[in-house]
Write a protein that binds this ligand. Structure first.
Ligand SMILES: [Zn+2]
Length: 72
């Protein structure tokens, strides 16, 4: 928030209360100008320049690694 060149108005900084929004396991972490997804299982995705991409990584990880095979 103290950054000068931040994104425009309405930028929802994924603050500390960003848990439970998309999934119970994954979250996004900002590293400098990059953003990457992390999971409680220890997995972490590649650094992305957009938080949306990191969220996609997290969603894909959740689907591929934490989805329960209901029907086999
Ligand atoms: Zn995981």
């Amino acid at each position: 928030m103290l950054d000068s060149g931040d994104t425009g108005p309405g930028a929802d900084d994924g603050g500390p209360g960003d848990t439970g929004a998309d999934g119970p396991l994954t979250s996004t972490v900002e590293r400098g100008s990059f953003c990457l997804a992390r999971c409680t299982c220890g997995w972490s995705g590649p650094a992305r320049r957009a938080r949306g991409l990191a969220r996609d990584d997290a969603a894909a990880h959740t689907t591929t690694r934490h989805s329960v095979p209901d029907v086999l």
